[in-house]
Design a protein around this ligand. Sequence first.
Ligand code: PRX
Length: 634
Amino acid sequence: MKQDTDVLLDEKRVFKPSEEILKLANIKDWEAEIEKGKDIEKYWAEKAEQFVWFKKPEKTLDESNKPFYKWFVNGKINMAYNAVDRWIDTDKRNQVAILYVNERGHEKKMTYYELYREVNKFANALKNLGVKKGDRVSTYLPMCTELIVTLLACTKIGAVHSVVYSGLSVGAFVERINDAEAKILITADGTFRRGKIIDLKKVSDEAILQCPTIETVVVVKHTGIPIEMSELSGREIFYETLIEGEPAECEAEEMDAEDPLFLLFTSGSTGKPKGVLHSTAGYMVGTATTLKNAFNIHDGDLWWCTGDIGWITGHSYLLYGPLLLGTTTLVYEGAPDYPDPGAWWKIVEKYGVTKLYTAPTAIRHLMRFGNKYTKIYNLSSLKVLGTVGEPINPEAWMWLYENVGKENCPIIDTWWQTETGMFMIAPLPVTPLKPGSATKALPGVDADVVDENGNSVPPGKGGMLVIKKPWPSMFRTLYKDEKKYVDNYWKDIPGCVYTAGDIARKDKDGYFWIQGRSDDVLKIAGHRIGTSEVESAFVSYPAVVEAAVIGKSDPIKGEVIKAFVILKEGYELKTKLIEDLSKHVRYELGPVAVLGQIKQVDSLPKTRSGKILRRVLRARDRGEDVGDISTLEE
Ligand code: PRX
């Protein structure tokens, strides 16, 4: 949701930490920790000591080939070893690592030891399928324990995982799997959603026909619905058959600190989604440290990140961050309002969730039901709350603070991105909070708001949000596109500065107020989707000649799609065509592409070189001044 920062900068409310929060805090002096973090090499080197290294790094940071930074040079380490194996010899061995709950009330608990054994079995099974270090393995799975096992098994043997969000559809699926040149696909029969079962295997069967690199499909029986397996022997195999009889021990592959860990596709302002490549050690250090700092994680916590593992939020803070800290992480499969709008609060009460991390769009959705449901359940186990994905509007912040946190829980508004891998701008629980501001950069992170020359802008003035120094969990490149990595992120500002693609302001206290994207990327219910992807989906429909897409403000989803289409002669945008077009876009991209409105037009505003001027469409749509249109074609 785009923030009106002019209004927000006048925000006078400041919420100071309570005595109890101060007492429980791992870090009590926020400013002093930020000061400590200014020596980034020293700060992050210290944080790296929490892990078991097969070989300690020789150097913390190598800046010799900017922006291709290297962290923890020549260190040898393994993610799964540190997230799982390490805990087996401690008293966490029988602690629940994963608590899976679904909307039907079914639960499954896996202790660290059970997780260890299953990861090893699956890692051995993957090896038997011919998966080697560096090979890509894709998943198209619901939120389930097998997804976590798969990803950890990949990292155990050094395979690079590439998760396709189960809410994406055929077109998006094919693109991602083919770009990753994945060898193996792990999918499931289906997923539970709002009382129905969504057939994932059907989508996967259809998509896989267009994915020539896939050698084997592994199928998890998750919902139990009947499915058809391929007749081609050996090509499709059930997960449980595959791991049967596999040894429960598997040696962890010694990975170089910089070896790739995973690929995750995300939308940019132009072209197809790009594979964001994260590497091993830096990502581990960054995610574990920021989670511990921002949410004050300690033994006994029950951590619940409501984000899906299909996005970076789930990778960093449902799976890896919590397990690297030896926490219990809750995995929920279902919608926030099913079977009723008290579904989440019931879970908080039943299991005693202590830290809840969610999205502003979910809060805005649940706010509609007032405070009835947050009153029915006892939410007193909650200690810290957090949000991510888009700016949180002060109304949603206050609702969460008052009704869920009962004015006892700090709200950790975390600004970060798929590319950053970890929280970048966020408070600590002891930070004085202003509703709607993510406060300041975390210790060890150097963020700023600058003009096009790279100069810091004065308080209150808008500018580009940048990161001025490297950070450990930064992405290392865009898969198979180093040029785009450099051009898209590191070239806008002189010197080697990372531009995030967001506009922001700082107030007189140095607090950041993020306004939204500065490019053609939409944020629909916190999901990132490029206007060009949606436009391609439209024009792949036979009746459409050309399409332009903008974001339209929506009170719950933040933004939805407004499309302007030029139709072939003889076509008119009547109900049937609108329905067919909506279905087609959904088929190509999945339910993340929420259509607000489709409008038929005769022409689109373009530059003389043929580039669509979406900003003109946006301004016209909002009844604003269209600004400089000297480059307009006609
Ligand atoms: O525009 C910012 C917004 O989400 C973008 C990153 O999207 P994605 O890579 O999908 O990652 C989302 C989860 C980390 C950013 O460029 N964004 C994310 N968090 C916030 C935010 N905007 C404002 N406040 C936030 N807390």
